[in-house]
Design a protein around this ligand. Structure first.
Ligand code: ARG
Ligand code: ZN
Length: 886
């Protein structure tokens, strides 16, 4: 293999040719598909000739014409990745290219491929070049028409972007449809679908009176499972009008659900294509978590119509411009549809669990990466979730109305353009006349800033001082960092737990009023911009307890000098609910770390009674939201704790987490039993806040109880399993029972499979549950499941369920005998031959191998080296594996 080429942001160049219109014609067939494209090309500078370089991969070139004349072999250069015209005309011209492709053999699931008999496309990031030769880059925006023809019996439904202009029958049982998209778009938003599909239809009337037909397409038998998706879509359309004043801009909006899809979903203009797991739901086959993801992702893809499609990215380095912003929008949408605090907690947990480790590992990259080998490897939690936190900071600094002004200006300036992260920044700044100092560093510096805070109270002057110091850790290619601009939301609690009124703060020689319209505030946002900095609050009558980083106002690690008593106090009283949860988590992390040390020194484990009491008072506080309680009594994850250790010790962390769980279960057994009883209900399933929070709390309590592996409690869980009327409760009971090896586990797992054999999405959960198990030596079980009839290595969802599930079990992935690593190494190479994107995701589980002890490091390294040395390795896997070894 030639060493893959790295692409750099700093080398961005404007294209020399623009494409004005693109007319595509697809003749879909079983052996081959013929694609004819007719492009009007406009030289950027007329009269000067540059080579025109078209991207193309796995294409068979049939013919190429320029202004109607067939080009000869010597008129162009064709290599495995490009078609190059050395000196095309220096005035506008027409290029016509015919290619042949073989979607039926396309296992990479990018470009045009087949999924359960139907044709579909996935073009983002660089899949369009697997369909035809093109300048496959987002700053090439053109108007498309798409003519599709296919066998009418096999493919009765023919869809593409925009409006249906014409359709009709052809000879030999074939038919066609002609689609026209009135909006200019980059190639990554192109889509085509052909197959046997039925739609659920509805209508949405926009606030300016446009009647939009909504259609959600699936296999006929799945139509009943699309009600929630339709409901989510309509809610999203309404929300975007209300919150951002953004309306839909065409008369038709299609969503197609396909079972074979590399990621979650794709925002192709007016023809969103979704992984079926993010569309299909019924009470019996989907959990509350699935319902919530569907709501969020349907919203996400719909919101892209403005943030992504109407205003798109200049180049792929700017991906967060659309993804960070759109994730932020979908988070806000879900918050408004449910509980804001609980959503915030879930999003921050996700950031900590997945993004922090990435930002501290060999694949660490800024929200706007500086370089990549394969763009697909940069659809990451950093670009998406940390990117969303960056957008959220604008809102924290500007307030809702200032943020909205910035958004309005962004659309006013850039509708129809392909732009950069600076353009977004400038719109926020200019609309508000704001001083954002060095805020842009959030786009260019990788690594999670570590902020330390120390506090002191002066009773003579009635002042309270907070001293901040910040440090951004080195990351690959960025050994030294500048201090960042960190908005820190602060409140101060008095001894009764009430917020103290804040009036003024002294900073850099000046006393600043922080009142709002003459009234003191209870939360203020400090702008921390230096390596070391002090803020002094005035008029503070007695020593307060500070609530720092309320609502998690910046994506940082915070290290404060709060005592355990302060934290218990905040857990009880903070008016910022997020920080109440956070206080419990900090206590949990401290506790786990100290027990891990005891465990490593073979000391007996003893659980601090204060912690038990703290958990108990949360559990029994009927004034709290039940889902909040469920989150607050859930311990920090094992990964989070391992991240905080010098040398990660998966066995010790796992043992400690199990110990605390069981100890809490046995000491609060009575409370947990009451919780299960009080929160059981025979009401029919409804996805609403009241029912969801009830189920969440009940299921959490049940999991605690079942961890005790005691006959009576297993019976209770079994009973819940049998009597459940919905998957949320049934699967939670199954999970609770499956914690403990033995006969009960085996028989209930077998029963569940028999029940759901016919539903692949439910079976996937069954695969995950077994794969993620911490039962020692579980790798054997996972190997066995590879041959189970329900598994298929070609289907990404199944791979994510089984292999991805296994990677989610630290004890077995990092088994000391290396069995987990060897298994993963082998499977990555097998996957890579079929689907590099999916293989690359799996190989990422190795990336933090240096965090473990020497024995484990050596074993993991062998696998990474084996992978990098493999013949014909994809660029996707090469990039992750080689950067992990570097
Ligand atoms: N734009 C899609 C979204 O809404 C994701 C596309 C992911 N593409 C990829 N090659 N991983 O988030
Ligand atoms: Zn997106």
């Amino acid at each position: 293999m030639e060493t893959p080429k790295e692409i750099f942001l700093k080398h961005y160049k404007m294209p020399d040719y623009f494409f004005d219109t693109v007319d595509l014609k697809f003749s879909l067939g079983e052996d081959k598909t013929i694609v004819c494209s007719r492009i009007t090309v406009l030289p950027r500078v007329e009269g000067v000739s540059f080579p025109l370089i078209l991207d193309g991969q796995d294409l068979k070139l049939v013919s190429i014409k320029l202004n109607g004349e067939e080009l000869k072999k010597e008129d162009f250069v064709l290599d495995s990745r490009h078609l190059i015209l050395a000196s095309p005309p220096t005035k506008p011209f027409i290029l016509e290219i015919v290619t042949e492709i073989y979607p039926q053999n396309n296992t990479s699931l990018e470009g045009l491929y087949k999924s359960s008999g139907n044709f579909c496309t996935q073009c983002e990031a660089e899949g369009f070049r697997k369909i035809t030769f093109y300048q496959d880059r987002p700053d090439i925006m053109a108007k498309y028409t798409c003519h599709v023809e296919a066998d009418k019996t096999l493919y009765p439904v023919l869809l593409s972007n925009g409006n249906l202009i014409e359709q009709g029958d052809l000879e030999d049982g074939r038919h066609y449809a002609l689609w026209e998209d009135p909006f200019k778009k980059p190639s990554y938003l192109f889509a085509l679908v052909a197959g046997q599909l039925i739609s659920r239809d509805d209508t949405f009337v926009t606030r300016s009176g446009r009647k939009v037909s909504l259609r959600i397409w699936t296999k006929a038998e799945d139509v009943p499972k699309t009600a929630h998706a339709m409901h989510s879509l309509m809610a999203a359309m309404k929300w975007d009008e209300e919150v951002f004043g953004l309306e839909y801009d065409l008369d038709l909006f299609n969503i197609v659900a396909v079972p074979d899809f590399n990621m979650g979903a794709m925002e192709n203009k007016s023809l969103n294509i979704f992984n079926s797991k993010l569309v299909l739901a019924s009470p019996e086959t989907a959990t509350d978590a699935d319902y919530a993801s569907i709501l969020g992702v349907i919203g996400h893809e719909y919101f892209h119509n403005w943030t992504g499609n109407r205003v798109t990215c200049r180049d792929w380095f700017q991906l967060s411009l659309k993804e960070g912003l759109t994730v932020f929008r979908d988070q806000e949408f879900s918050s408004d549809m449910g509980s804001r605090t609980v959503k915030r907690i879930a999003d921050v947990s996700r950031l900590r669990t997945y993004q922090f480790p990435q930002d501290a590992g060999p694949m660490a990259h800024p929200v706007r990466p500086h370089s990549y080998i394969k763009m697909d490897n940069f659809y990451t939690v950093t670009v998406y979730e940390k990117g969303a936190e960056v957008v959220r900071m604008y809102k924290t600094l500007l307030g809702s109305s200032g943020f909205r002004k910035g958004m309005d200006l962004y659309f006013k300036r850039h509708d129809g353009q392909a732009v950069t992260c600076e353009d977004f920044f400038a719109a926020m700044r200019d609309a508000n006349d704001a001083d954002f100092s060095n805020f842009l560093l959030w786009y260019s510096q990788a690594g999670t800033p570590l902020v330390k805070v120390t506090s002191s109270y002066n009773s003579e002057t009635n002042t309270y001082s907070l001293k901040f110091s910040q440090q951004v850790p080195p990351t690959p290619g960025q050994p030294v960092k500048d201090p960042m601009f960190i908005p820190v939301a602060i409140g101060l609690l008095d001894s009764n737990g009430n917020d103290l009124p804040l009036t003024s703060v002294f900073h850099e020689g000046l006393l600043h009023s922080i009142s709002s319209n003459g009234h003191p505030v209870s939360t203020t946002v400090l702008r921390v911009t230096k390596e070391e900095e002090e803020f002094v609050f005035h008029d503070i009558p007695h020593k307060p307890v500070p609530s720092i980083l309320r609502n998690y106002s910046a994506p940082i690690r915070l290290d404060s000098d709060l005592t355990d008593d302060d934290l218990f106090f905040l857990l009880d009283h903070d008016s910022d609910e997020f920080n109440r949860w956070e206080a419990g988590q900090i206590l949990g992390r401290k506790l786990m770390l100290s027990l891990v040390a005891d465990y490593q020194q073979n000391k007996p484990l003893v659980l601090n009674p204060k912690f038990v009491n703290g958990m108990k008072s949360i559990l029994c506080d009927s004034s709290l939201d039940k889902e909040f309680i469920a989150k607050a009594i859930t311990l920090p994850g094992e990964g989070e704790i391992m991240d905080m250790m010098e040398v990660a010790d998966p066995d010790a962390v796992h043992a400690v987490r199990c110990f605390i769980k069981k100890q809490l279960a046995s000491e609060l057994r009575g409370e947990f039993l009451t919780t299960v009883k009080d929160n059981s209900s025979a009401e029919p399933y409804e996805f609403n806040h009241h029912n969801m929070t009830r189920r969440a709390l009940k299921n959490t309590a049940l999991a605690y109880l079942a961890s005790l592996d005691d006959l009576e409690l297993t019976k209770l869980a079994l009973n819940e399993y049998k009597s459940a009327t919905n998957l949320t409760e049934q699967f939670a009971a199954l999970t609770a029972i499956a914690q403990n090896p033995g006969e009960a586990r085996d028989s209930v797992l077998a029963d569940f499979y028999r029940k759901w054999e016919h539903d692949y999405l439910v079976v996937n959960k069954w695969l995950t549950l077994q794969a993620i198990s911490d039962i020692p030596g579980n790798v054997k079980n996972v190997q066995r499941l590879l041959n189970h009839p329900s598994f298929d290595i070609r289907n990404p969802n199944k791979v994510y369920s089984l292999i991805g599930g296994f990677c989610g079990s630290p004890v077995n992935l990092h088994a000391k005998d290396g069995s987990g690593y060897e298994f993963l190494g082998d499977i990555v190479l097998q996957l890579d031959k079929l689907n590099p994107q999916v293989a690359a995701r799996m190989v990422s589980a190795f990336s933090r191998w240096r965090r473990y002890d020497e024995t484990r490091q050596a074993l993991a390294k062998v696998q990474l080296e084996k992978i990098v040395a493999a013949n014909g390795l994809s660029e996707n896997v090469y990039e992750i594996a080689s950067k992990s070894l570097a």
